[in-house]
Design a protein around this ligand. Structure first.
Ligand code: DX5
Ligand code: ZN
Length: 227
């Protein structure tokens, strides 16, 4: 059976917004799999990013699926609009949803894949009763709100715990890691069971972003984590 390769989702948050179309074309041409789109409302997180006008630009120019990460309160109010704006995957935060099951149903009804994100302090086990309904879980490896932060090492054991839980409940669940991901930690995260990687700073601060995407995509966990 062929081994499924992990996916790379460059974070548009770290792009040059003065040259957004150029950076979108770079991702189109690269070995990246998805576009990661961070929506921040200044309330759920202490930062404001961008909204529908940028989604429209992405919808018009991106040739790969849009992975939309909603860091907003009351995400249920905007599911349909993000679906119409081209989202393929919609991620809502566990911490932002009182009726999480209903929100997940709404995401599926809108024709999108449903993902739930966990802040660094939120235990994996809290997702036990919703795991069967999810396509993906996003494990935050920094406190959400900003690109370019330092990876929180405890993420590794959270990914392992989630992988074990998913093996029992929903083996096809994808596990995405977001925040401080780079060549220094992607290998051990793959080994821990993660299969989708968001990277902002690691890609856009690299001398050649397209080459960095290739390095992250073709990282051989087995070779590079062997001591
Ligand atoms: C943080 C965002 C991330 C961020 C990742 O709140 O959810 O997607 O853009 O950026 P890096 O890879 O720079 O940590
Ligand atoms: Zn994100």
């Amino acid at each position: 059976m062929p081994v499924m390769k992990h996916l790379i989702a460059p974070s548009v948050l770290s792009a040059d917004f003065g040259n957004l179309q150029r950076d979108i074309e770079m991702i189109n041409l690269s070995e990246a799999d998805w576009f990661h789109v961070d929506i921040m409302d200044g309330t759920f997180v202490p930062n404001i990013s961008f909204g529908f006008p940028v989604m429209e630009v992405l919808k018009a120019h991106a040739t790969k699926p849009l992975d939309v990460h909603l860091m907003i309160v009351k995400p249920e109010l905007y599911i349909d609009r993000f679906a119409e704006a081209g989202a393929a995957v919609i991620t809502v935060h566990y911490e932002a949803c009182i009726h999480l099951h209903r929100v997940v149903q709404n995401i599926h009804a809108a024709g999108c894949k449903a993902c739930v994100a966990l802040n660094p302090h939120t235990p994996v086990l809290l997702l036990k009763d919703i795991l069967i309904d999810l396509d993906m879980v996003l494990v935050m490896s920094v406190n959400p709100g900003f690109g370019g932060q330092k990876f929180i090492p405890n993420t590794l054991s959270k990914v392992k715990e989630l992988k074990a839980l998913a093996a029992l409940i929903n083996p096809s669940l994808r596990i995405e890691v977001d925040g401080g991901v780079g060549l220094n930690n992607i290998g051990e995260l793959v080994n821990a069971g993660a299969d989708v990687f968001v990277a902002g700073n690691a890609i856009f601060a690299a001398p050649s972003p397209i080459e960095m995407i290739s390095l992250l995509k073709n990282h051989d966990a087995g070779i590079l984590t062997r001591s």
